[in-house]
Design a protein around this ligand. Sequence first.
Ligand code: GLP
Length: 248
Amino acid sequence: MSRAADILTAAVKAKSAITLGLATGGTMVPLYAELVARNRAGSLSLARATTFNLDEYVGLAPDHPGSCHRFMAEVLFDPTDMRASHAHLPHGDALDPKVEAQAFQARIDAAGGIDLQLLGLGQNGHIGFNEPTSSLGSRTRIKTLTVSTRCANRQYFEIEADVPRYAITMGIATILEARAIVLLATGSAKAAAASAMIEGPLSAVCPASALQLHPRATVVLDAGAASALQLSDHFQHVHPEGQDSVFS
Ligand code: GLP
């Protein structure tokens, strides 16, 4: 977790008016808590940063307790010096979600693209809400959520019927257009997806495998998420204790 926080902190220090791509989900909670702590301690400022979140549920207003808007406000935006007007998420309650998806992509493009995209990992290998078989060439649009993703997100909603069926999400091409990517995954429930992402074939069946195409993608795993890797000896050799390789 501190490794991912260190990468983000270094990126913001190198370019204070940075454009960050942000993710929601339980994996991000301790990371954002670390960033909030650094912000309070004065070692990290987000005052000049612009952010674009990966996704939002179709049908949810920004103040809905299960929305990505609400999550981001609670865990990162409100407790830091981040400026609300610089934080962009798709509007799930837009009258025409398809138009909103295109408009969100246009806002990213108009901002000059994303410097550093943060990603989590779905148990089925999804990134953002790009579910298995999403086009590797996709840009921001509406995706239908899988049953497994709706089950994983059931905890954020009062009753099952409230769990949204659709989301507006950056596409896989949108994500690959970011100038750098950091994917964070923790826990053994992510082990199979992490293995497919890193060591499996490049395939839309595992959307995260698209990161194999990116020249500056860093994957940060804890021991649980790394537990199914076949080449872990080599990864430990190149990145002892998760540190940069000698040539980084
Ligand atoms: C969610 C989000 C992703 C997130 C992933 C993992 O559905 N759309 O951005 O990375 O699934 O979530 P978690 O971190 O809660 O396991």
